[in-house]
Design a protein around this ligand. Structure first.
Ligand code: AMP
Length: 439
């Protein structure tokens, strides 16, 4: 490993990135930019609007928003005090911040629905492994103001169509219903009765969950293989008529869009705020295990109220960008766009490069991609560099060019050479490259 630290008082200090984080550059950075472009275009199709909320929020927001009994809030948040003694938390997920923003900016006074999308880093103190980081990126959507199952189905269709657009195959959509408040309350009672005789067989976390939120027991990673878990009452059996009807309509709408799904009663999600529809979208990649879940979400009809706003229903999802990139890689789907350099420009034998700077600036402003020589390379090395960049045209500037207000321009493929007047260079490049660049 390269040492990038410095010697301080004779002690070698090596500065490395924090555990569970990574540097985004090169090909992966290109992929993220490309994905974001696809997402932007997709979101326009559905009329969702871009949101950016702070990367840190008051800790209280996540306690009320994500839920006191979730692993995310109990074990995984990055909490800190700022210099003004405020309790702040790096956001572990995107929904709570968007909901806060929706309330604080009184967006509930707008015509409903309000449909938002976001893209950005999230932070969770988890055990890092492939597809699991402490800083990772999510793309997510939130749709406020409609309790209609059409909205649940639209949100699910966005994930499915996004993955289809990327060419991902073998995607499985698992859906489930957690029911409304009444159904959940009935189910909670049933779970308390069921687990009571087994309480000592459960892990310590589950014993706590029993007290605070027994539904979470079903999401336990430690006890998940035990028979008592497999035979536990199923929420589907406790849904009231309204909740059953909601799920049935979501299914009908998914069918109408030809979206395949499986109703999977095991999906309860790691966040407290869900009501009615919850879903997880999985890839099927060998060796991925639970990292196969690329995106997940659901309906949260009481979250806006819980965070201090009016009663407004919502539904949304989040997709992990790193996990998506791993899945794309596993299926050999190449995301990078070839970005060509139109022009490579350099000077020879000049002390003052003002003319070069002026030309390069002008060409860039006119829409061409330009790279130039900053290292005073000799002629041979400049040509080599232009080849390496696959530049289509080369502009060479020497004292004759400056004196006569002209440019020497070379087609880097045919090696044909042109003498072009400075004020005619844009027309020249337009005539040669305009059509190619528009593709
Ligand atoms: P969640 O917010 O927990 O519902 O997660 C939604 C999606 O975010 C998951 O399906 C993953 O793709 C991604 N995700 C969650 N936690 C992590 C993590 N620690 N590292 C990378 N991706 C994650």
């Amino acid at each position: 490993m390269d040492k990038i630290g410095k010697i301080l008082n004779g002690v070698d200090i090596m500065i490395q990135k924090p555990k569970g984080t990574y540097d985004l550059f090169g090909e992966n950075a290109e992929k993220v930019i490309y994905l974001k472009k696809i997402i932007e275009a997709l979101m326009d199709k559905y009329n969702y609007k871009y949101f950016e909320t702070p990367i840190f929020e008051t800790s209280e927001l996540f306690h009320r928003g994500v839920g006191e009994t979730t692993d995310i809030v109990n074990k995984e948040t990055y909490d800190f005090k700022d210099r003004g003694d405020r309790n702040l938390t790096l956001r572990p997920e995107g929904t709570a911040g968007i909901v806060r923003s929706f309330i604080e900016n009184k967006l509930y006074t707008l015509s409903m629905p309000v449909k938002a999308w976001y893209f950005g880093p999230m932070f969770r103190y988890e055990r890092p492994q492939a597809g699991r980081y402490r800083e990772f990126r999510q793309f997510g959507v939130e749709a406020f103001g409609s309790n209609d199952p059409m909205m649940d189905a639209e949100v699910i269709s966005i994930i499915v169509n996004f993955f289809k657009l990327l060419g991902l195959k073998g995607i499985k959509v698992n859906i489930n219903s957690l029911g409304d408040k009444e159904s959940r309350e009935n189910y909670r009672t049933a779970l308390l009765d069921y687990f009571k005789p087994y309480i000592n067989d459960l892990c310590e976390d589950c014993r706590n969950r029993y007290e605070k939120n027994p539904l979470r027991i079903l999401d336990c990673k430690v006890d998940s293989d035990k028979d008592i878990m497999k035979n536990a009452p199923k929420l589907t059996d406790y849904l009231n008529e309204e909740s059953k009807e909601h799920l049935a309509r979501v299914k009908t709408y998914l069918d109408s869009m030809n979206i395949d799904y499986v109703v999977n009663p095991g999906i309860v999600r790691g966040l407290d705020y869900y009501t009615h529809t919850v879903f997880e979208v999985e890839a099927n990649i060998k060796g991925f295990g639970s990292q196969n879940v690329l995106g997940a979400g659901g309906r949260y009809n009481h979250l806006v109220e819980n965070i201090g706003g009016p009663s407004v229903p919502g539904v949304g999802f989040a997709i992990g960008i790193e996990r998506l990139m791993l899945a794309l890689e596993a299926e050999n789907i190449n995301l990078t766009e070839e970005k060509n350099i139109d022009v490579y420009a350099f000077s020879q034998g000049l002390n003052d490069n003002s003319y070069l700077m002026n030309i390069v600036n002008m060409i860039r402003l006119n829409g061409f991609n330009v790279e130039m020589d900053y290292l005073n390379r000799n002629m041979k090395n400049n040509f080599k560099k232009a080849d390496k960049l696959k530049a289509k045209y080369i502009i060479i500037i020497g004292s004759t060019e400056v004196e006569n207000n002209i440019l020497t321009v070379k087609n880097n493929e045919t090696l044909e050479e042109f003498k072009i007047k400075k004020e005619e260079i844009i027309d020249f490049l337009d005539s040669k490259l305009g059509d190619i660049n528009e593709n």
